[in-house]
Design a protein. Structure first.
Length: 412
């Protein structure tokens, strides 16, 4: 194994033994082979940069590098944004460790030297984020390489395998050229993605969110503070932002839109599907710090005369978040709330059992204009997992869920 800190500045010679210059960077072509070093950049004494391709390199060691071709067969470097430069794009950059679900800063890069078909190839093994790599950087060019190895061997080393690394590229055009994918990142829990977002700069947050699908982006954004949600959504194109807000729970969508300037909120609402926008507009009409402002409009409701069979059918057709399914709500023909049935009772009852027989007693609800303190008190007093919200006529308006109350309590 060899480190980039040992390769940087490496004297390089051509096939005739003539001095070419010193190694300044290594390049990977993700479209061809994401592990192999595709080219070596050599800085000449005349301040020009040569580009030696991987198949032109004869040998590489900690002492020197030598090509298998003469100098006149080596071309000059020309910029190519579709390539990953180890020094520019990886070293000292923040990267996402998708395996440990965190953001790290790269101190060094580890390579494997492989003899291949009569020449030498370098393969990226890992990025190094430990103390040993930081000390190696500090001593680079000051202490002999063999001494640095002896010193750093005594220090803790931490590496992230290259396959677990997600580079962060804020430029969408270059991201496309590099074929950077956040598919593995999208497999993480939204709370883990949110933790990663909070460690990034605004440009990096923007790049990450724009690369995720709308549903995953909405779930991740829902886990960060509301003000940060608003700032992040304002930084991305309005069309993408509207699609993300559309995927958020209505109550959370209303909260974030309230944090935005009125003209921005109106633009995002205009870009949403009609039904979703209507739900969010309805929630925006409630005063802040009330039950109406806390509630969600995604819940399961059936007629008060329904049976267990009908409740199960309603459950199967429910398209809202599964986390909000704790109870089934019963209403009369006028839409007034008449009962609340816990999901557990439905699952244990016979198919033809009327839901009214399974309803909680007493029926606990709160009016939409009730304040947050009353909501918290009711949850605490009755050990609730969800609390129905009604208007002055007793009509069901929405439901406050336990996660919303927990968040409210934590903020206090």
């Amino acid at each position: 194994m060899i480190y980039f800190t040992e390769l940087e500045g490496l004297p390089t010679f051509d096939a005739k033994g003539d001095y070419l210059g010193r190694l300044s960077d290594l390049v990977v072509d993700p479209s061809q082979n994401s592990l192999r070093v595709a080219a070596y950049h050599i800085r000449t004494p005349r301040k020009k940069t040569l580009c030696i391709t991987y198949d032109q390199m004869q040998s590489v060691s900690v002492r020197a590098a030598q090509t298998r071709v003469p100098a006149d067969e080596i071309r000059c470097y020309s910029p190519d944004e579709s390539l990953i430069s180890v020094k520019k794009d990886v070293l000292d950059q923040q990267i996402i460790d998708v395996d440990h679900r965190k953001v790290e800063r790269v101190n060094d890069v580890d390579f494997d030297i492989r003899p291949t078909n009569g020449h030498t190839e370098l393969r990226i093994l890992a990025v190094n984020v430990g103390i040993a790599a930081a000390v190696r950087r500090l001593l680079q060019g000051v202490v002999a390489k063999h001494r640095i190895r002896s010193i750093t061997a005594l220090l803790p080393s931490r590496t992230i395998p290259w396959e677990f690394v997600n580079l962060i590229e804020p430029d969408p055009a270059r991201r496309l050229k590099l074929r950077i994918s956040y598919d593995r990142l999208a497999e993480l829990h939204p709370a883990d993605i949110a933790d990663i977002l909070e460690e990034l700069s605004r440009k990096e947050q923007k790049a990450l969110i724009e690369s995720l699908d709308d549903e995953t982006a909405a779930q991740a954004i829902s886990e960060i503070p509301t003000r940060m949600q608003a700032a992040l959504l304002e930084s991305i194109p309005a069309e993408k932002a509207a699609d993300i807000v559309e995927e958020m729970p209505p109550d959370e969508a209303a909260d974030v839109l309230q944090e935005m300037p009125p003209e921005t909120s109106a633009e995002l609402l205009a870009g949403m599907e009609t039904d979703e926008a209507k739900e969010v507009r309805g929630l925006l009409g409630f005063e802040e710090n009330t039950a109406g402002a806390l509630m969600t409009t995604e819940y399961i409701v059936v007629d008060e005369s329904a049976t267990v069979t009908q409740a199960v059918e309603a459950l199967k057709k429910f398209e809202g978040p599964i986390e909000s399914v704790h109870q089934v709500y019963l209403v009369n023909p006028a839409g007034a709330l008449t009962g609340v049935v816990p999901l557990g009772r439905i699952l244990l009852a016979e198919a033809n059992t009327p839901l009214k027989q399974l309803a909680n007693d007493p029926l606990i609800s709160i009016q939409a204009h009730g304040d947050e303190k009353e909501v918290v008190d009711l949850f605490h007093k009755y050990n609730l997992v969800a609390l129905p919200v009604v208007d002055d006529a007793g009509k069901l308006q929405g439901v406050v869920t336990a996660d919303d109350v927990l968040e409210l309590v934590v903020k206090r």
